[in-house]
Design a protein around this ligand. Structure first.
Ligand code: ATP
Ligand code: MG
Length: 338
């Protein structure tokens, strides 16, 4: 069998399961923008079908979907360069998701740590969707034959599952149809941690608002949350190895580095020896300088929700033009009469 070479194409998505956080910005959106600007074809989705794996109030969900689109655009995604749309408008995702839930094995999904974290002790009461979510995520990516997926570190396991699904499909049907997608996990903040607990990821769905910086927080709120952020009693080291075993300190330095587009070593060369009482105000100032133009633009875009809906519909048309033929070919490969 000759190996098919897939043209480079980027896909990624964010759930409208709440407001955007600094983690989403540094781990995902900021890098979506640089991939767009590098000229590679890019498709960025608001994955609303994933959001309902946990209960969402319908009007909050609509608001969060539009606000997420506003966040994408305010951060630098351009709907005339990148395809921006919400997942539920392109039914091929859900259809391919079904096929992949027949390819993936129970044992594979049983190993997914995100399900364990999110379901917690209440596993019996978690939705079936929360458990099978990674098969839909594989479909989101592979329905575009995407070759590269920029994500935060927490999604690495799901991308590995996507690769396993593509490989098993190709093997079972004797085809070389789906690409083996590469995760793109890079930068100084691939895993931004909670401001209250250095062992927990910052998440938009965390019940504690103080655990995260929201893209829509104002300058006072950002300063207040950073001031209250958990740290240890030591000062800042001059080299990265001095952050070992100090997750909260490492987190604040990583955030600074990612916001300033510097390496951790460069940051520590400047601030080594300072106390957190001095470093925290520097971090707040930098965070406000970087985030407030984005949140102001988000607020402006949210004044015209009809415009946002139009962008999503146009994006969905563009997305369908790629996804529908790939879905049709998949169904033909598996033996569905067309
Ligand atoms: P939820 O709590 O509902 O799962 P979330 O904040 O984890 O929300 P997602 O929509 O699940 O956000 O993830 C969107 C993207 O943001 C993914 O690429 C994910 O890896 C990235 N991301 C999420 N949280 C962080 C974080 N703390 N640090 C870096 N990247 C993150
Ligand atoms: Mg998440």
């Amino acid at each position: 069998m000759t190996e098919v070479v897939h043209t480079p194409r980027v896909f990624s998505g964010i759930q409208p399961s709440g407001g955007l956080t600094l983690g989403n910005y540094l781990g995902a959106i900021k890098r979506f923008v640089s991939m767009q600007d590098s000229g590679i074809e890019a498709i960025y989705c608001m994955v609303d079908l994933h959001a309902i794996t946990v209960w969402q109030d319908p009007s909050d969900l609509r608001h969060a979907t539009r606000e997420l689109c506003a966040g994408y655009i305010a951060a630098g995604l351009d709907p005339s360069k990148s395809t921006l749309f919400n997942q539920s408008q392109v039914s091929a995702h859900a259809e391919l998701g079904w096929v992949f839930s027949c390819v993936a094995r129970m044992g594979w999904l049983n190993r997914m740590t995100q399900f364990k974290d999110k379901a917690g002790k209440n596993r019996e009461n978690a939705s079936v969707g929360l458990f099978s979510y990674p098969t839909l995520m594989a479909a989101d990516i592979l329905v575009y034959h995407a070759t590269h997926v920029p994500v935060g570190e927490d999604q690495k396991q799901h991308i590995e599952l996507t690769r396993d699904i593509a490989a098993k499909f190709n093997h079972d049907y004797g085809v070389d149809f789906f690409p083996i997608t590469e995760p793109v996990i890079e930068g100084e903040a691939t895993r931004v941690m909670s401001l209250r607990d250095g062992s927990k990821k910052m998440s938009k769905s965390d019940p504690s608002d103080n655990s995260r910086i929201n893209m829509t927080d104002d300058a006072d709120k950002i300063a207040q949350k950073i001031r209250k952020a958990k740290t240890d009693a030591d000062g800042l080291p001059s080299e990265a190895k001095g952050l070992e075993g100090r997750p909260e300190a490492a987190n604040l330095v990583n955030i600074y580095a990612a916001l300033a587009d510097m390496s951790v070593d460069q940051v520590l060369a400047d601030v080594g020896g300072k106390q957190f009482s001095e470093f925290k105000p520097m971090l707040s100032e930098l965070a406000v300088a970087k985030l407030s133009p984005i949140s102001a633009e988000m607020a402006r875009l949210m004044q015209t929700p009809d415009e946002i809906d139009k962008i999503l519909r146009t994006g969905a048309d563009k997305a369908r033009a790629i996804a529908d033929p790939i879905l049709a070919k998949t169904l033909e490969i598996v033996g569905m009469v067309r």
